[in-house]
Write a protein that binds this ligand. Structure first.
Ligand code: ZN
Length: 212
C-alpha cells in the first residue's frame, strides 16, 4: 500500500509491493536494471538489459564478476575495468544484450583476501599462487546464480563475451545454451601483462602470447 501526502503525492511506497527493476540511462544507452537478491549469501546481483531479450538470435551476454579496484578505481592490476566498459560498448553497438554483474569480488575470495593476495603478488607471487598461499581457490567463482538470472530473464541462447572456458562449461552445466564465446581481450598494459599471461598459461583462459 502507498502512503500519500495531502497533495496526493506518494511519499512512501511499501517495499514489498515494489519490483526491484528500473530504467537506467547510461553513457551506453537506456538500460533496465534489475536486482536479484540471493537468499543464501545475502548478495544483491545485477542484470542490466538493453532491448528485448527474445531474439531469434542468441543474446549477447557478459557475465562480469565484481572487481571494486578495477571497475570503480580503474586499477591496472587486472583487466576488469576495460572488460566491463568494452562489454557495455559491445552491447550498445549491437543495440541489445545483457550484462550480469555478480557480486563475487576477487574471483570469489572477497575484497579482503584479494588485497592480501595483491600483497603477496607485490612480493613476487603470481595471481594463482598468491591465492593458493592464502589457502584459497585459484578461482572460487560460481556461475549457478548467473544461470538462474538468465532463466528468470527468459534468456535461452547466449553469445558470451569471455575468454574463460570454465565460465562457459559452468553455464552449460546449468542448461544455458552458449552458442559461442566472443573474445574480450582489452586493457592490456605493463601492470597486468603477467596477470593475463598467468590466466592464459595456468588457468586455461583463451589468451595467447600474441594478444599481449
Ligand atoms: Zn579486477
Amino acid at each position: 500500500m502507498n502512503v500519500r501526502n495531502s497533495d496526493g503525492d506518494i511519499v512512501l511506497i511499501e517495499s514489498n509491493d515494489v519490483p526491484s527493476e528500473a530504467k537506467l540511462p547510461t553513457d551506453y544507452g537506456e538500460f533496465k536494471i534489475r536486482i536479484f537478491h540471493e537468499e543464501s549469501t545475502g548478495l544483491d546481483h545485477v542484470a542490466l538489459t538493453l532491448g528485448d531479450m527474445q531474439g531469434p538470435d542468441p543474446v549477447l551476454i557478459r557475465v562480469h564478476s565484481e572487481c571494486l579496484t578495477g571497475d570503480a578505481f580503474a586499477s591496472r592490476r587486472c583487466d576488469c575495468g576495460p572488460q566491463l566498459q568494452a562489454a557495455l560498448h559491445a552491447i550498445s553497438d549491437r543495440g541489445w544484450g545483457c550484462l550480469l554483474y555478480l557480486r563475487q569480488e576477487g574471483r570469489g575470495i572477497g575484497l579482503h583476501a584479494k588485497i592480501q593476495a595483491y600483497h603477496l603478488q607485490d612480493k613476487g607471487a603470481d595471481t594463482l599462487d598468491a591465492n593458493l598461499m592464502l589457502g584459497l581457490p585459484a578461482d572460487g567463482r560460481d556461475y549457478s546464480i548467473a544461470s538462474s538470472m538468465l532463466s528468470a530473464l527468459d534468456i535461452q541462447e547466449v553469445s558470451l563475451l569471455t575468454n574463460n572456458p570454465n565460465k562457459v562449461d559452468q553455464l552449460r552445466s546449468h542448461q544455458i545454451h552458449v552458442v559461442e564465446m566472443v573474445p574480450l581481450i582489452v586493457g592490456v598494459g605493463e601492470h597486468n601483462r603477467e596477470y593475463l599471461q598467468t590466466k592464459g598459461k595456468r588457468m586455461g583462459h583463451h589468451i595467447q602470447p600474441s594478444d599481449l
